[in-house]
Design a protein around this ligand. Structure first.
Ligand code: 48F
Length: 249
C-alpha cells in the first residue's frame, strides 16, 4: 500500500511536469488578476500554467478588508465574479462579496477552463534570449525559504505575465539583472478611484513577450493603491488575456 501511494503521486507528478515544460503562457502569481487572466486564456484553448509561491491561491483576497472577510467590487466589474458564481450584495453603489468564496471560485473556474495552477513554486528569474522573454526559471518555495543553494529548473513559454501584486517581483528581477530600458516606479499611496482606473492603462506588454497585470502593473507605473476594492484586478486580468490572445493568434 505505502509504495502504491508513492507510485501514484510520483507517476502523476512526472507526467504533469513533462506536460508543462513548454506552454503558451506562464502566469506568475495566483492572485485575483492572475487567476482571471488564466481563466480567459485557457478558455480560448491556450496552454496556461500559473505559478504561485504559496501553497494557497488567491493572493491578497482571503483577508478581505483589515481582516473583515468581505471585499468590494464596482458595477463595471461585477460580471467577472458573477460569471464564476460568486454571490454579491449591493451596499451603496458598490457590491460586496465573501473574501473566501471569491478566490475559491476564481481558482475553480480557472482550473475548469484548463489552466494548471502550481502552488509552492517560486519564479526566481526569467529566460531571456535576444532581448526577448522566453520563459520562467523556477524553484520550490521550500528551497527558497530554507535558503538552500539549489539550482532551479525552467519552463519555456511564448509569454510571461507578472501578476505578483504590490512587489512586481518578476519585473524587478528583469530590471535589476538585465540592462533593459524599464523602470519600476513603485506604487503610490491610496486613491481608490484613480488606482482602479489607471490600472487598465498600465496593463500591457512592457517588454517583448512580458506583460504586467493587477497590482504589479500599478507598481511598475507608479499607480495609486486602492485597498479592498478588487474590480480593477479582475478587469486587468481579463484585459491582459485579451492582449495576449491578440498577440498570439
Ligand atoms: O497580491 P496579489 O493578490 O496580486 P493581484 O492579483 O491583486 C492585488 C490584490 O490582492 C490586493 C489589492 C486590491 O486592491 O491591492 O493586494 O495584483 O497576488 C499575487 C500573488 O503572487 C504570488 C504571491 O504569493 C501572491 O499569491 N507571488 C509573488 N511573487 C511570486 C509569486 C513569485 N516570485 N513566484 C510565484 N508567485
Amino acid at each position: 500500500m505505502e509504495s502504491k501511494i508513492s507510485r501514484g503521486i510520483i507517476k502523476k507528478a512526472m507526467e504533469m511536469w513533462l506536460d508543462n515544460l513548454e506552454v503558451d503562457v506562464a502566469i506568475v502569481g495566483a492572485g485575483p488578476s492572475g487567476l482571471t487572466c488564466a481563466r480567459y486564456l485557457a478558455k480560448e484553448g491556450l496552454k496556461v500554467v500559473v505559478l504561485e509561491r504559496h501553497l494557497f491561491f488567491g493572493g491578497g483576497t482571503w483577508g478581505g478588508g483589515m481582516g473583515f472577510p468581505y471585499i468590494t467590487v464596482e458595477e463595471e466589474a461585477k460580471h467577472l465574479l458573477e460569471e464564476v458564481g460568486v454571490k454579491l450584495e449591493k451596499v451603496d453603489d458598490l457590491y460586496v462579496a465573501d473574501s473566501v468564496e471569491v478566490p475559491a471560485k476564481l481558482a475553480t473556474a480557472a482550473i475548469d477552463s484548463g489552466a494548471k495552477i502550481l502552488t509552492g513554486i517560486v519564479v526566481e528569474d526569467l529566460i531571456l534570449k535576444n532581448e526577448e522573454v522566453r520563459g520562467v526559471v523556477i524553484n520550490t518555495y521550500a528551497i527558497e525559504k530554507a535558503g538552500l543553494h539549489v539550482d532551479p529548473l525552467a519552463i519555456e513559454s511564448k509569454v510571461v505575465v507578472d501578476a505578483t501584486g504590490h512587489d512586481a517581483y518578476v519585473t524587478n528581477i528583469l530590471v535589476k539583472k538585465n540592462k533593459v530600458n524599464l523602470k519600476v516606479e513603485g506604487e503610490r499611496s491610496m486613491w481608490a478611484e484613480r488606482g482602479e482606473k489607471e490600472l487598465l492603462k498600465y496593463t500591457k506588454e512592457i517588454y517583448p513577450n512580458f506583460f504586467v497585470c493587477g497590482m504589479a502593473a500599478n507598481a511598475v507605473h507608479g499607480g495609486y493603491r486602492m485597498g479592498a476594492i478588487f474590480g480593477g484586478m479582475y478587469l486587468s486580468g481579463k484585459l491582459c488575456a485579451e492582449k495576449i490572445l491578440k498577440k498570439l493568434k
